[in-house]
Design a protein around this ligand. Structure first.
Ligand code: WQD
Length: 351
């Protein structure tokens, strides 16, 4: 089977992509130093697929350790590079941490691609590269504007580094620009495990609804949108995952017209923050305790995707709607609470 190295395989999108790759006939390994992820998530991947995943707990910023993984796996034919820090707020507080981690890890991976002549490379990018677009939906040709955060800037730099190094290394690459990945695998065996207080909307909603947080804030209701709150394109994480499998299939079938293709991964539907909250409450039959506060620095007013290119060229059709995203996100939060309670009971019995 074709072996794919997935960096950040213990992360939210990485773990869901491992599942999709396996279910589509790929052999996979993960490289993840678990600095921002929990390797236990691979147990969930195994429950879904029946396949035990090998994870190399390696810091990709250390070239020799990264090189050793490739040396041990000479049959790798493709890379999907997820591993990066992605908290917008943290990147504003500590930009050098983000430049150091996100860029040096990418450089080392690309160096190994060259040394080991790996032909296929998929880069995890983000709609954040568009900055604050003048108009939505955005297409892949929408002009790139000033990034709104150091995190977003590392994605812009990452795209440029990939585009400018692949020619000399005969690599065929794809850049996937995710809009807002949310939800959990339908099996509810894997999902998002935010570290600390959640910065993103959906974990903030589910943690408030389950009582982990007393109240959540809606950051601004005075934007020029239908109800004053920001507009985003929420996309189910399993749809995002499947796009990675289709991207590799696309490259291996040599369907790419250039050696670095870009695709937007969004549903093409924009929903306001308040619409998402109302949908969450309605389909999960829960009431959410929230208040409206001032705007959050760096938020763009409205962004959602034109996803026609991914549909046309990758054959990618998002399967899940907003209700599915809200249902699976809530069921995953409930499962994490059940498992936490079980763990607490076992600890109590042991002590
Ligand atoms: C969405 C909307 C907030 C939390 C970022 C990155 C993007 C991707 C996803 C990595 C905004 C509002 C949020 C809360 C709120 N990252 N909000 N209360 O900022 O669109 O995108 O995360 O994959 O690359 O840029 O996502 O979920 O943080 O915010 O009102 O407690 O929800 O103001 O309008 P964002 P988000």
């Amino acid at each position: 089977m074709k072996k794919i190295l997935v960096t950040g395989g213990c992360g939210y999108i990485g773990s869901h992509t491992l599942v999709d790759l396996i279910q589509n006939g790929y052999n996979v390994i993960s490289v993840d130093n678990n600095s921002r992820s929990n390797p236990d998530i691979l147990n969930g991947v195994e429950k879904i697929t029946g396949v035990k995943i090998k994870n190399y707990c390696v810091d990709l910023c250390v070239f020799d350790d990264t090189h050793a993984v490739f040396q041990e796996n000479p049959d790798i034919i493709g890379i999907i590079h997820f591993a990066a820090y992605k908290a917008v707020g943290e990147s504003v507080e500590n930009p050098l941490l983000y430049f150091d981690n996100n860029i040096n890890s990418l450089i080392n991976i690309l160096r190994c691609c060259a040394v080991f002549s790996i032909p296929y490379f998929v880069f995890s990018s983000s709609c954040t590269v568009y900055g604050n677009p003048d108009l939505s939906p955005v297409t892949e040709e929408t002009p790139i504007k000033q990034a709104e955060s150091p995190y977003g800037y590392t994605k812009q730099m990452g795209e440029n580094i990939v585009q400018q190094t692949i020619n000399s290394n005969h690599i065929q690459a794809i850049l996937l620009r995710y809009f807002n990945p949310v939800g959990a695998h339908p099996s509810i065996e894997i999902g998002e495990i935010p570290l600390g207080k959640p910065a993103n909307l959906i974990p903030a909603i589910t943690q408030t609804a389950i009582g982990k947080l007393p109240k959540m804030q809606v950051f601004g209701n005075d934007y020029p949108t239908k109800d004053g709150s920001c507009v985003r394109d929420f996309i189910h994480v399993s749809d995002i995952a499947h796009a990675h499998t289709l991207a590799l299939n696309f490259l291996m079938a040599e369907k790419n017209k250039t050696n670095c293709e870009v695709f937007n991964l969004g549903t093409g539907n924009g929903y306001t923050v308040l619409e998402v909250i109302k949908t969450f409450e309605k389909c999960n039959k829960v009431r959410l305790n929230y208040e409206t506060t001032k705007r959050r620095q760096g938020d763009v007013i409205e962004i959602y995707a034109n996803n026609e290119k991914a549909k046309r060229e990758l054959g990618w059709i998002p399967k899940y709607n907003l209700e599915d995203m809200m249902l699976t996100a809530w069921q995953w939060e409930l499962k994490m609470k059940r498992e936490q309670s079980l763990g607490d009971q076992q600890d109590a019995q042991l002590n």
